[in-house]
Unconditional design. Structure first.
Lengths: 272, 181
């Protein structure tokens, strides 16, 4: 007799009773075969007993933070496609820009009340594109001193208020451009999905909608009376990796992000 | 001599009699190591394993209400396997060749040492041996011996007949024994 798959199946306890009895009789009569089966059992045991990997003590915290951000951002899938080769420098800059966007999103929760508003996404993307085409050479001029490290990665370049809508434009150090639009009202994310597709999520009990339109990443967030629309070149799903790098270390993740966000919003009077 | 009985993968598998559904937070804190182990043994590297675990935890978070109390590790292993196989299929459909935008600063993908989630002692002779197996044999062995899935469950997950699973598990173990010797 020689070793065959019946012996593995027997080790796994998945042979029928009669067949298992036959295998056991074979092994009793053939010590060499029995030794080979024991070697297979050792391999099996090795995987069961030695193949587990311990995580770093803080690994679970980091995983939880990443997944909560992804979930909140309404991402149906996890991180961006695996980056096989990348310049770390560029990745960090993109993370930094993404963090600032995320800070903006979270900070604005807590505005005023209002009626349901459905942002004209196409129009806002066009406004973003127009603003990007007319980007001034110098920042708007407000002091950036005291800004958190990540928020300082973005400069305010323009801010306008017209027809009841505020529009601020930021540029990141890697030239990624971010537009933040503020409208009065409350978001009906399901209506937005009906009109535009995309995906919806929730953050701190506030509705959030997200979709890629062309090369632009669009996120709309309900902020207790304001509807905030963020249009950017920055991939929102990279934001998760930046949460741990936000400067404030308060117990709450949301508090940390809000602390960074307030410094972004306040100088331009766009906060609540 | 007697067979080893039903699968009993390593780790602290919760008891089947516990009819309390764990919270997502509890799963992430108490069982992320198990999920990472399965993902790492399937993927063979830390970077891909982290992506798989992250996506798996997201799916757990969004699907926890569908968990029926029983083998928590079996349920988690199936999710991890699904994510891994989805990613494998996606890569086959759309091979990725990212070109660096600054060739002078190119570094290999994957987390820096201080960012890695896991404490993997290198060299890892088990992973080295697993990496010598063809993908289908490695998946079968890991899903059976580490994740603790039954042949039927593996067949359903991978989409092959049970007989194929039996063959792959056996041949994978034989080759693994040779690689470890």
């Amino acid at each position: 007799m020689s070793l065959d798959q019946r012996h593995s199946v027997w080790l796994d306890g998945e042979l029928e009773t009669a067949e298992a009895a036959a295998v056991e009789a074979e092994l009793a009569a053939d010590p060499a075969l029995a030794a080979e089966v024991e070697a297979l059992r050792s391999v099996r045991s090795l995987l069961r007993e030695r193949a587990m990997i311990d995580l770093h003590s803080d690994a679970s915290d980091r995983l939880i933070a990443r997944v909560e951000v992804l979930d909140a951002a309404g991402q149906a899938v996890a991180r961006a496609p695996v980056v096989d080769v990348v310049t770390r420098h560029r990745l960090i800059r993109r993370f930094a820009a993404a963090a600032a966007v995320f800070a903006i999103i979270v900070s604005v929760i807590g505005g005023l009340g209002g009626d349901t508003t459905l942002p004209a996404i196409g129009d806002l993307v066009e406004r973003h594109n127009a603003a990007a085409a007319e980007m001034p050479n110098e920042p708007k001029g407000e002091s950036m001193s005291g800004m958190p490290k990540m928020a300082a990665e973005m400069d305010m370049m323009a801010a306008t208020v017209a027809d009841g809508m505020a529009h601020a434009v930021y540029v990141a150090k890697d030239s990624s451009i971010v537009s933040v639009f503020r409208l009065d009202g409350e978001l009906d994310s399901e209506a937005l999905v009906d009109d535009m597709g995309g995906s919806i999520g929730e953050m701190d009990g506030h509705d959030l909608w997200a979709k890629d339109i062309g090369t632009r990443h669009v996120t709309v967030l309900d902020g207790d009376g304001y509807v905030w629309t963020i249009v950017s070149d920055v991939e929102i799903d990279l934001m998760a990796d930046l949460v741990n790098e936000l400067p404030e270390r308060t117990p709450s993740l949301a508090q940390r992000i809000r602390a960074a966000a307030e410094a972004v919003i306040e100088p331009f009077g766009l906060g609540s | 001599m007697s067979p080893s009985g039903s699968p009993d993968p390593a780790g602290s598998e919760p008891t089947d009699t516990n009819d309390l559904i764990p919270t997502w937070d509890e799963i992430a804190r108490d069982h992320a190591g198990f999920m990472y182990s399965v993902a790492y043994r399937l993927a063979g590297n830390q970077s891909d394993a982290e992506d798989v675990v992250q996506e798996s935890l997201l799916r757990v978070k969004r699907g926890l209400e569908r968990y029926i109390p029983g083998s928590l590790h079996g349920w988690l292993a199936r999710i991890v396997t699904n994510v891994f196989l989805d990613e494998t299929r996606r890569r086959k459909r759309r091979p990725q060749t990212h070109l660096p935008d600054d060739p002078d600063r190119v570094i290999e993908g994957g987390p820096a040492a201080d960012e890695a989630l896991a404490m993997v002692s290198l060299p890892d002779h088990i992973q080295d041996a697993l990496n010598t197996l063809a993908d289908e044999f490695r998946q079968a062995v890991v899903l059976c011996d580490l994740a603790g899935l039954t042949y039927d469950e593996i067949a359903e997950q991978v989409g092959v007949p049970v007989g194929t699973v039996r063959s792959r598990v056996h041949r994978g173990r034989v080759r693994l024994r040779e690689a470890l010797s």
